[in-house]
Write a new protein. Structure first.
Length: 202
């Protein structure tokens, strides 16, 4: 199951230079709080988080293009977003995601994690097409983040979310090296496509 990061911890870890010892301490305290407070906050649905959701898109992004940046920040999408991989969710799929991030079916990961390298997310829009919220996921370490940061359940269903993205056709990486190889290959293919042909006819 996936543990949702406290936004203060995320900002502290991703926006500042900290030592691994400090990161261990932060993550240990975060996990300890989750364990001692049982399931933490349990949400009954999207309405506790944000109102007016009309549509949503599942997305893939390369966090390393702007390491530490949110998937959506100040209304701007992450520069590492893979636009051609974006999938607009059906009403049924949107309801599935709601089930995975609300309710009380999740359990916290009992071990601290030094990583947070998200590659997957869901962006939520209102009827006018304005972004009103997003979630992002790191399947490598079992962490997640939402903006707005409050309103969803504290613990999400990691396995179900991972299967959900896989069924949509997204790559799901088993280790960091796999994600790096994927995005490096993609960049090389893009660079090759942009390179002028040397075989131009006379």
């Amino acid at each position: 199951m996936l543990e949702v990061w406290d936004p203060g911890h995320r900002k502290e870890m991703m926006a500042e230079m900290v030592t691994w010892d400090e990161i261990d301490k932060i993550m240990f305290l975060s996990t300890a709080v989750s364990l001692t407070e049982a399931k933490g906050h349990v949400s009954t649905g999207y309405a506790e988080w944000v109102n007016g959701i009309h549509s949503a898109e599942a997305v893939l992004f390369d966090y390393s293009v702007a390491d530490g940046a949110l998937l959506v920040q100040d209304g701007n999408l992450h520069p590492g977003l893979v636009e051609e991989a974006t999938v607009r969710l059906t009403a049924d799929q949107l309801a599935q995601v709601e089930k995975f991030v609300t309710g009380e079916n999740g359990y916290p990961n009992p071990w601290p994690s030094k990583c947070y390298w998200p590659h997957h997310g869901v962006i939520f829009y209102n009827e006018g097409g304005k972004i009103i919220g997003h979630i992002e996921l790191c399947f490598l370490c079992g962490k997640g983040y939402s903006d707005p940061p409050r309103g969803l359940s504290t613990i999400w269903e990691l396995g179900a979310l991972e299967e959900f993205f896989s069924d949509l056709g997204f790559p799901v990486f088993a280790k960091l090296e796999d994600s790096e190889a994927y995005f490096q290959k993609r960049k090389a293919e893009q660079d090759a496509a942009r390179k002028p042909s040397t075989d131009a006819s006379e």
